[in-house]
Design a binder for this molecule. Structure first.
Ligand code: ZN
Length: 338
């Protein structure tokens, strides 16, 4: 496929289970526009592609551009994926199986499309343009409904021999602990994610402990990070207790990684960290440092992510830029990048 490098606009798309975000990014990584749509997750592949294209058209129009000015596109998606083939193998949150979303979008857009894991592209954006940009050795953790992450060593994203490395949410830190979505027990995700926090708050409500969150969870059908943050601000003891518990377990998981990998910095993002801010990150840092015996001087920086919801589409755009940039590839995205 011919590569149109002038005027070099890149499209980034973040496909999530509830929403699609798209943005147009220029060759310096500046965001020119953003657009958002709900994901028709239950309706399958063709409906998802149609929603993505609606979102993309709005983003391109808002940027004052046209589709034929887009040089390449990146798509971050939950998986598992066959990234090389541009195929979503299946997803718990999207009703698709063996769906060749990369080739389909490439055909509609008329430009090359790179597909990669949503967490990995978000982490890459934080590394290149966000809270991790001063560092070459970095761990990035996203705490939301689940817990995802990625590891950057000497400036390159670690994918490992399996291409799946970096799943720090599924390191086991409490044997015999709560059952995790992955099937194991006691993973960081099963103890520190928003899902875990929700389960514990519901248990507290059943026990009759006073909290403003019981009514909000039953009214909205789920725990919203913003409601959790409000409850913490209002000194709701149940909320405070569960947030501390989440931070404690995430910190234990990250402390283990500090001892193994010795990064320069850890960046913490995702809905929970975004809503609770430094209150949460301070608790995670304190917990991590109780077991990070390899960092006696507390030199490893542990900080909040900087890019918020932009990280996914921005990282996808950066992946596309660096994968398809002609003759001037400066950064290795992962081991298979040409
Ligand atoms: Zn797990």
């Amino acid at each position: 496929m011919n590569f149109r490098w002038d005027p070099a606009l890149i499209l980034g798309i973040d496909l999530g289970g509830t929403k699609i975000l798209a943005g147009v990014v220029d060759r310096e990584g500046r965001i020119l526009s953003r657009a958002k749509r709900s994901t028709p997750a239950a309706q399958g592949g063709p409906a998802i592609v149609a929603a993505i294209m609606e979102c993309v058209r709005e983003a391109v129009q808002t940027a004052g551009a046209s589709l034929d000015q887009i040089a390449a596109a990146g798509l971050g998606s939950p998986g598992p994926l066959d990234a090389d083939a541009g195929v979503i193998l299946w997803s718990a949150n999207l009703n698709v199986r063996d769906f060749p979303i990369g080739p389909e979008l490439s055909q509609i857009l008329g430009c090359p499309v790179v597909l990669d894991n949503d967490v990995r592209v978000g982490g890459y954006a934080e590394y290149r343009l966000g809270a991790g940009q001063e560092y070459k050795n970095l761990i990035i953790a996203f705490v939301g409904t689940g817990i995802g992450g990625c590891v950057i060593v000497d400036g390159a994203m670690v994918a490992g021999s399996t291409r799946n490395a970096g799943e720090l949410g599924h390191t086991v830190i409490k044997t015999g602990g709560p059952r995790c979505g992955c099937g194991a027990r006691g993973c960081v995700e099963s103890l520190a994610s928003k899902t875990a926090i929700t389960r514990r708050i519901e248990k507290a409500v059943r026990k009759g402990l006073p909290t403003m969150l019981g009514e909000r969870i039953s009214r909205k059908g789920r725990l919203k990070s913003r409601d959790l943050a409000e409850a913490v601000m209002a000194n709701d003891l149940v909320a405070l207790n569960e947030v501390q518990r989440s931070a404690h377990f995430l910190g234990i998981g990250l402390g283990n990684l500090i001892n193994v990998l010795g990064p320069e910095a850890i960046v913490i993002g995702g809905g929970i960290a975004q809503a609770l801010g430094d209150t949460y990150v301070d608790m995670v840092r304190a917990s991590a440092r109780t077991i990070a015996i390899t960092d006696p001087g507390d030199t490893i920086v542990i900080r909040r992510a900087a890019l918020g919801d932009d990280a996914g589409f921005l990282g996808a755009a950066l992946f596309a830029r660096e994968r398809f940039r002609p003759s001037e590839t400066r950064y290795e995205v992962h081991s298979t990048t040409p």
